[in-house]
Design a protein around this ligand. Structure first.
Ligand SMILES: Nc1ncnc2c1ncn2[C@@H]1O[C@H](COP(=O)(O)OP(=O)(O)OP(=O)(O)O)[C@@H](O)[C@H]1O
Length: 219
């Protein structure tokens, strides 16, 4: 589905943050992306989300060479990739329901065509009772689940999550993990960036470990 071949990335004239990264993300796969703070996990997720271009190497996304995709086609491809950012990026003046439906509204969809899907998804992530409140009133774990729901509303083929259990307690972290596992069982590929070792030990999944700019893969 997504393939990296000898990918390197540097920001501006800075040092190379990622070096000779090669891997393949198969459809319906489940993997953790780990490594020490500053190793480049977020950077790698941004490359997967096509919001950064590599400084060298080849990235193939859904069978197409990323460097040859015209800029105006990127939003359409990005819809096939859901991303949950570390800082959630929810809009504080919109309710949970409105935040989650925003990607569809932006595309010009009529509310009647998506209302029941949004409600069903909010119930699935456990926010059925919180859909009409504004993000500032939500707890950290609820914001996290709202951000997950927003990333899933367009039924992406792959979900990228950046430290999804970073600011939640262990029981909630386990609950979020179960949500990702269930999503994967339903057919979505999942990449979870984390340095939470306890979380990774709960699942027998592929681990992609970044260190010193290189990637090691433990299947
Ligand atoms: N926009 C940017 N411009 C310049 N340097 C950057 C930029 N974003 C990240 N970096 C640098 O790239 C390196 C990797 O950062 P990145 O955020 O990808 O690491 P990370 O593994 O996600 O870290 P953390 O676990 O702390 O979130 C760091 O040295 C960081 O300072």
């Amino acid at each position: 589905m997504i393939r990296f071949e000898n990918v390197g990335l540097r920001y501006g004239m800075g040092p190379e943050i990622l070096r000779d990264i090669s891997f393949h993300l198969p459809e319906r796969s489940f993997q953790f992306l780990s490594g020490p703070s500053g190793a480049g996990k977020t950077t790698l997720l941004r490359l997967l989300f096509m919001s950064l271009k590599p400084t060298r190497g080849l990235i193939t996304v859904f069978g197409r060479d990323l460097s040859r995709i015209p800029r105006n086609e990127l939003p359409m491809l990005r819809r096939r990739v859901g991303i949950v950012f570390q800082d959630f990026r929810l809009l504080d003046h919109m309710t949970t329901y409105e935040n989650v439906s925003l990607p569809l509204r932006v595309r010009g969809r009529e509310e009647a065509s998506y209302r029941s899907d949004v409600i069903e998804l909010l119930k699935w992530v456990g926010l059925g009772e919180r859909m009409h409140v504004l993000p500032p009133v939500l707890s950290g774990g609820e914001k996290q689940r709202a951000a997950i729901a927003r990333a899933l509303i367009e039924q992406p083929e792959i979900l990228l999550a950046d430290e999804p259990t970073g600011n939640v307690d262990p029981p909630l972290a386990r609950r979020l993990l179960r949500l990702f596992i269930e999503l994967n069982r339903l057919g979505t590929a999942v990449v979870i960036a984390t340095h939470d070792v306890a979380l990774m030990e709960q699942v027998d999944a592929r681990r992609m470990v970044l260190s010193g700019g290189r990637l090691e893969i433990h299947d």
